[in-house]
Structures are given as C-alpha cells and as structure tokens.
Write a protein that binds this ligand. Sequence first.
Ligand SMILES: *Cc1c(COP(=O)(O)O)cnc(C)c1O
Length: 459
Amino acid sequence: MKQSLLRNLPKIDELLRMDVVVKSLEDHPRRLVVESLRQAIERFRLEILEETRTVSPTVEEILGVSLEILGASLAYSLRPVINGSGIIIHTNLGRSLLSESVMDHVRNVSTHYTNLEFDIEKGARGLRYTHVESLLTRLTGAESALVVNNNAAAVMLSLSTLAYDREIVVSRGELVEIGGSFRIPEVMKISGARLVEVGTTNKTHLKDYKGAVGESTGAILKVHTSNYKIVGFTQEVPIEELVTLGREKDIPVVYDLGSGTLGDLSSSGLSPEPTVLEQIGAGIDVITFSGDKLLGGPQAGIIVGRREYVDAMKRNQLTRALRVDKMTIAALEATLMHYFDEDRVISGIPTQRMIFMTEDEVRRRAETLKSRLADPESVRIDACTSQVGGGTYPLDRLPSACLVLRTEKLKAQALSEALRGWPTPIISRIVDDEVLLDVRTLLDEDFATVAEAIDALVR
Ligand SMILES: *Cc1c(COP(=O)(O)O)cnc(C)c1O
C-alpha cells in the first residue's frame, strides 16, 4: 500500500508537462517552480511514509502546496514589523529608524555614481571618510573622525591600532558583555592587545590604574557600562583623573561610549549623561560610539579623537576590512546634518522623536488610535512606561500610554502570537496576562494596520 502510493507520486517532468501546472506557474521563475514542486512532492512522500496520508494526492493538491512554497520563497525574508513593545532602540527589531529626509539622500546617492572616493576639485582620488569627518568634528569638538561598520569594529580598530601586542588597562567593573555577542575581553583578544584588569567589580581607584600602567601599556580603556548599573558601595575613577594619568604617562585614554549622545537628552526625563562633545572637552583621546543607538542613524561605528591616533587608525589595514558602504555614509551624513538644529533633530530622527515624545502626546496619540477602532470600547488606555533600549539607560523609564487588549477567547499569549502573525507582524508586550501596545514606538502610519488587527482579533 505504502509502496504503491509512493510509486504513484508524479515525477517533476510529468507535472511540468501538465497544462494546469504550466498555467498556474507560468508567471514564476522556472528554477523556483521546479524547486517548489520538488518540495511539495517531498512533503507528500513524508506523509505517506509516516502514514498520515493513505490516498494519493491529486495534482491540484500538489499544485496548491507548491504555490504556497513558491509564495513563501518569493517573499522577502527581511520585512517591516510594527513595534508596540515600547522599547525605542530595539536591537532585535533593527534599532534606529531612518526618516524620509535621510532616505532621500541614501536613495539619491545609491542610484547614481557619486564622488564617494573622488575629489571633484582636484579630479583625483579622494577618501570616503571625508564626507562625514567635518560634520563629526564640528559636532563633537574632536580633531579627527573615522567611521567603520559598527561600534564593535570601532573598539577593535582602536585597540588594535593603539595597543597591538601591548597592554590595555581596564577596570574589572567595566568588563561588560553587550547584547550577547560583544564582550570586551573577547574583542580585546581579537585586537591583539593584552588585557590588564584593575580594581574590583564594584570599586576601582586611581591608584589601581597607576599601579598597572607601565612600559608596555598601549592604552587605558574606559567602557560605558551602558546596559547595567552597579549601585551601592561603588567607585569609579573620574574621567578627568584618568585623562591626567594618561597625559603624565603619554598613554591614550580610549572611551567606548556605546550609545553616545550628541545632544542633551535630560529634558526628556532621562538621567543626564555627558554628551560626546563634553567627553572630548574633558580630554578623552579617543571615543567610540554606535551610529544606530541614541544618534538615531544607520548602523555604524564612529571614532572621534586626537588626530595622531585617528590618523594611525586610518592607515591600519583593518580599516579596509571594516569600511562602510556609501549608503551608510549617506545616511550618517544626512542624520548628522539634522543635529545643527534642535527642531530638525526631533522632526528628522525618529529615535530622538520617540525619546522626546511627552506623556501628553503619547496619550493623545493613544486616544486617536482608539477612536479609529470599530469598537473603541474593546480596548482601554493605561499608563505604562517605555524604555530607551539599545543597552542605554538600563534603569530609566519614560512615562507612556498603552492600548490594553483583552479577549474572552484568546489568552494573552495566544493574542500576542496572533498579532505577530498579522501580515505586518505586530510586536506587543504582555504584562499581568494582558497584551499591551505602547503607543510611543508605534508610527502614525502603523495606526491603520493596528486598528485593523484589533478589530479582527479583539471582540
Ligand atoms: C552597543 C555597544 C557596543 C556595540 O556596538 P555595536 O554598534 O552594536 O557594534 C559596544 N560597547 C558598548 C558600551 C555598547 O553599548
């Protein structure tokens, strides 16, 4: 029985000759058609083997499965989702969004030839980094700047350039892991530098650093412990003292800021943190930070600092391996331009707009979204809190407003799954057995889809 069913499964060639198959698949690339037919038959073969199928599939059935597989293989894997989690810089959801004004520049330079590495005045070869260097030095007060693929690369390049085969002194309180794949001790190993740990987890004193720096020290590294806080009996050495020590010994002080903010964010209610400009002003020799965290731009690693050190990095062969594409440079250039004008920071940088969105504004937007529902009473609006995310401000919360969804039929877990299964997946969060959509991270353009999903799922 099994054997005869298996024998009866049609061959690909046979299928490809049938009119009905040809007709329904003629609009698709032949290679994908063959692949999908093969996969469909394989699926039926397994069902027969596992005896979950006891009759031969019809051609229509095979065609149906094949079209389904074809549809999935023709769809993009990377696609938009709606972020109702309230986490603004959500690494799993792609961190910062780029605005239309930024994308206009990216689109324009990506669909044309450009002066990426061409000095138009001289008619000679130019450097791709020049397009953002002066923006970065003006905004941070640094002498020189360089951009690589991401901040992990920026840290690696800095350490490799300044301390290859030499020692780097770091506080034990700062040997952090960020997002699972970035561990300071590992990055250091790859950079070819040797780690010298000083102090203890909760306290590091200047004398600890002093005792560790010597002939073979290549750099003193400070790491912004951005994603956690040690509270209680703690001590870290003030930046100014580290800088003074570095000057005395002629050793560069490198600061991995991680998020790195160009503007003051404290009026949003977040705890005050020094800006990159202030850190450079305090005398730090090299600062590295991400392009797609608080800055709100594309994925990039930004290095700013003293010319002698940054120039050495530009000459490092590693830089070639870590170099950024023109799309990144365009997105970064357009993002940075916004920073010369406070209003444009809010209007043109979605991450900043979400951070500065007031509680009143979020609530008003929640009311708007609620009023768009077929049955506005099917949800309620609650106060909730958003997080900045991206390993920044681990303890800070921004007061926000959430739509709270409940159904008789679906448990919170099932409802949140159904939202994720929406054609444009909607990411929610579950609190106390209820599904929450934080309006701070929803875009205005998401409202129609979200309303449609709620109308369909919550009744
Ligand atoms: C996020 C972060 C990194 C890694 O930056 P990427 O841009 O993700 O490579 C490194 N160091 C610190 C302190 C960070 O917060």
